[in-house]
Design a protein around this ligand. Structure first.
Ligand SMILES: C[S@@+](CC[C@H](N)C(=O)[O-])C[C@H]1O[C@@H](n2cnc3c(N)ncnc32)[C@H](O)[C@@H]1O
Length: 381
């Protein structure tokens, strides 16, 4: 068997010995490792990097029973009992919209593009019912976590008996090389679990992450202007209750885990992951929940022979959960050439939004819009 040094070549040897553990690089691959370190450096230098939150889902950790993806699965399965109410509300909303979806899409024989499909529970409760109702003839599962992308491709391919490709990569960036979506059929992109709310509406508030417009422009490019988006948002503006859902026991454990992962990825044994704790707060101006972490005692992290000191009381902002109102998201989407064509709602605060690229083929656009007009009122929620 090749050692890590042989695998990555003699030229990388010096780099590995000096800085990081070969085991971590071997577990996640050099490209992901580099991306993590780049994001961590930005966070340590500027105290804010909203791209960092995605690493909480990372499945690469020596203790396989306790890695980011497994902890996330736990939130999805048991979260309701700890006050994390969105998954349950969302799945019942998707379930109730099946009839409408089967009225709008099957004659178009669309391609289903799952954006951030996530855990096995989410696939079962949301992606499978939605994609089945829309009559998709093939699909792709796009997630930066290979476990989630591969898991969705396997489960959905088996359940719906259609070809499904896994796309492992960042959905805010162009598609990875060699992956192409079908140009000759409409694409319905599903985005559940409030994934869309990780984008800020405004660029300047967004640190190093892309804004909603950046994401929508990217989606426009990779889908050739042929896509619809079916996304859920939690528009509950009661910040007390919103924040409560992020105080859930599981969620806290999951966020704190990022620092165990950091110790593993940097190979810095002297960094104490327990010295930093999840400390969510609400931005009063935008009502967004900022996923910040507070330094509880002085510590430091060494990367590339550079030492970053963290002082007691420092705040590190790693992500955002935006609370959009449907009106706000409509205005922002319209600005980047997406048209809202339907908003479906539950009894509380979760909304299912249907958007269409304004560059959509006229034929497909007309068919979906006229089917919407003909839809019985009880289907529209
Ligand atoms: C909030 S979870 C939602 C998961 C699932 N759809 C649900 O309803 O529970 C976000 C998902 O998007 C993935 N993700 C987050 N940021 C991403 C990015 N920039 N590129 C690709 N996947 C990303 C995560 O790995 C995770 O599976």
């Amino acid at each position: 068997m090749q050692t890590a040094f042989e695998k990555f070549g003699e030229d990388k040897r010096h780099h590995i010995i000096n800085n990081f553990t070969a085991a971590a690089i071997e577990a996640c691959g050099p490209a992901y490792h580099q991306e993590f370190i780049r994001d961590l450096l930005i966070l340590l230098k500027t105290k804010k990097n909203w791209s960092m939150a995605r690493h909480c889902y990372a499945p690469y950790y020596p203790d396989k029973t306790r890695n980011g993806s497994i902890l996330w699965e736990e939130i999805m399965l048991h979260g309701d009992s700890s006050g994390y109410y969105i998954p349950k509300e969302e799945s019942s909303l998707v379930f109730r919209c099946r009839e409408l979806l089967s009225h709008l899409f099957p004659t178009l024989e669309p391609h289903g593009l799952m954006i951030g499909p996530g855990s096995a529970w989410a696939r079962l409760a949301k992606e499978i019912p939605a994609l089945r109702s829309m009559g998709v003839v093939n699909a792709s599962a796009w997630d930066l976590n290979p476990k989630f992308a591969d898991g969705a491709a396997e489960d959905i391919g088996r359940e719906l008996q259609i070809p499904v490709q896994a796309i492992v990569g960042d959905f805010t960036k162009p598609l990875p090389d060699k992956i192409r979506l079908p140009e000759t059929r409409p694409i319905v992109a599903t985005m559940f679990g409030s994934t869309i709310t990780q984008f800020s509406l405004l660029d300047q508030k967004n640190g190093n992450s892309p804004s909603l417009c950046g994401f929508l422009n990217n989606l426009h490019n990779v889908t050739y202007g042929n896509s619809f988006i079916l996304a859920t948002i939690d528009s509950n503006l009661d910040t007390e209750r919103s924040l409560d859902c992020y105080r859930g026991r599981h969620f806290r454990t999951w966020q704190n885990w990022l620092w165990d992962f950091t110790a593993y990825m940097t190979g810095d044994n002297r960094f104490n992951p327990r010295s930093i704790e999840y400390f969510p707060k609400v931005d009063p101006e935008t009502r967004a929940v900022i996923h910040s972490h507070i330094v509880m005692e002085n510590t430091r992290i060494r990367i590339n022979n550079e030492c970053f000191r963290l002082k007691k009381g420092d705040l590190l902002e790693i992500g955002i959960s935006q609370k959009y109102t449907p009106e706000e998201i409509k205005a922002a989407a319209s600005h980047c050439d997406w048209e809202e064509i339907a908003v479906l709602r539950d009894n509380g605060s979760v909304r299912l939004l249907l958007y269409m690229d304004k560059h959509m083929s006229k034929e497909w656009a007309t068919r979906v819009k006229s089917a919407l007009k003909r839809a019985p009122a009880n289907m529209l929620g």
